[in-house]
Design a binder for this molecule. Sequence first.
Ligand SMILES: NC(=O)c1ccc[n+]([C@@H]2O[C@H](COP(=O)([O-])OP(=O)(O)OC[C@H]3O[C@@H](n4cnc5c(N)ncnc54)[C@H](OP(=O)(O)O)[C@@H]3O)[C@@H](O)[C@H]2O)c1
Length: 314
Amino acid sequence: MTEYFKNVLLIGHILTALLQTTITHPSQPLAISLLTRLTSTAKFPTHPSIVQIHKGDTKDPNFLATAFTRQDIIISAISPYALLDQKLMLTVASKVGVNRFVVGEFGLDTRDEELTNSVSVFRQNREVLEHAVGVCGGPLGMEYTGVICGAFLEMTLLDGEMGFEFGSRTVEVYDSGRKKIEVSRMGDVARATVEICFQPGRWGGELVYISSFTVSQRDIIDVLNKVDKKGPWEVVERTTGWLKERGERRVQGGDMMGLVDEIWAVAFSDGVGEAFSRKRRLVNEELGIERRGQGDFGGVIRGVVWEWEAGRRK
Ligand SMILES: NC(=O)c1ccc[n+]([C@@H]2O[C@H](COP(=O)([O-])OP(=O)(O)OC[C@H]3O[C@@H](n4cnc5c(N)ncnc54)[C@H](OP(=O)(O)O)[C@@H]3O)[C@@H](O)[C@H]2O)c1
């Protein structure tokens, strides 16, 4: 068994956490390659750990085979709009000797069919996972891993998701607003994912579960009302049925944010599924991140308010 997965190919946005491994794992340097689309406008830093940037047609198996050859691990944080592209990527990776493929999950518990069956993006996650199961374990022995983390806490709030709208300081509360869901700090998700590179004997053929906090919409409101010096937020009561219908209308009108409505409509639906920390084993500590307490939650939400006020988001 290799000591660690040294040669890493990244698709998507967790480069900062990969580069921080020069501090967290100084004796185990990574050789990082990046895969980026021909049409991409992404800018990448110059850094001694970044050994190659493969820019090309991510639907071309020959381009993928060149990029994937000699990689130990591929980490796919690919766009939710391109999830199915991972099927070709998995097939190619399994043929050129990649050891591990971290598939783009990074969300709700896609194994919970009650929760995720009705949402197209989660059906795509499951289609990719089934494909991964099919191509893994072949003669070259590739394994897959997926990271389930719940909502990206800071990003979803600042992007006006989960019902929270910082511009107008209003929140739409769906159903009771007391349904608990898992939320994770984005830094925690990135760090836990990167840690997989340093534990090559573990997590193969698994979805792993991490969560920074388990909270409801009303828990978030309570904390916001304490830390937001501008005073209490306005609450608008809605149902998840209303949200689902709005999502469907938006999608029919070509607004893909409707897909996000569909996600929160199931996530906050009373009685549908439950917070995964209640039935799955969380592996936070094994992947080097904390399961955080309520005291920390106030600090994180205060940070989100500061970020909003500093104008870091629209
Ligand atoms: N749990 C949550 O709350 C939450 C929230 C958001 C996202 N996520 C998950 O996190 C993962 C990454 O999402 P993200 O929002 O970071 O993705 P994103 O910003 O939309 O895209 C990430 C990268 O994917 C690459 N890409 C490849 N094919 C693409 C295509 N056809 N269209 C657009 N981009 C393409 C692009 O890299 P290049 O430009 O370099 O080619 C892009 O920068 C996904 O699994 C998503 O479901 C979870």
